[in-house]
Design a protein around this ligand. Sequence first.
Ligand SMILES: [Zn+2]
Length: 51
Amino acid sequence: MQRDKTEPIQVQCPKCRYTMIIYIPLEAMPRCPECNTSMVIKELLDEGKST
Ligand SMILES: [Zn+2]
């Protein structure tokens, strides 16, 4: 486990469901290239287990 490395996460546009992969913490949360809506995290390794 290398904690200093960047991790890929999948983000999704809540409006048109466009998905893309970004690398944290290198990249900030992007806007959807299709409709310019702020994208949300779809898959994150450390969260979402108790939801
Ligand atoms: Zn969109």
